[in-house]
Design a protein around this ligand. Structure first.
Ligand SMILES: [Zn+2]
Length: 95
């Protein structure tokens, strides 16, 4: 992206011009695996936190997904805690 395009960027969600180019990480489900991709170039809205990606970035993410995220290419591993939605549902009828 050139400087003019960056200056003209506005948030697609809230319209704020407080949009900053940053590297973000995101988690994706791939079949039944959860994978994390770091260093994704994104525009991040300082007002509402919305992340937006350029078309090129989306294409690269699709290529990564199409490559199947082979385990031997992983930069590292994270442990993730797993919760059930129903852990957050108040139990009714017990009071
Ligand atoms: Zn916004």
């Amino acid at each position: 992206m050139d400087a003019d395009a960056r200056a003209a960027a506005t948030c697609a969600s809230c319209g704020s011009a407080d949009v900053e180019a940053r590297r973000v990480r995101s988690a994706f489900w791939h079949d039944d695996r959860l994978v994390v991709v770091e260093d994704i170039p994104a525009l991040v809205c300082g007002a509402c936190g919305e992340h937006s990606y350029e078309d090129y970035t989306v294409i690269v993410l699709d290529l990564l997904r199409g490559g199947g995220f082979p385990a031997d290419k992983a930069r590292g591993e994270l442990r993730a805690a797993v919760f059930s939605f129903f852990d957050g549902v108040a139990e009714k009828g017990e009071s």
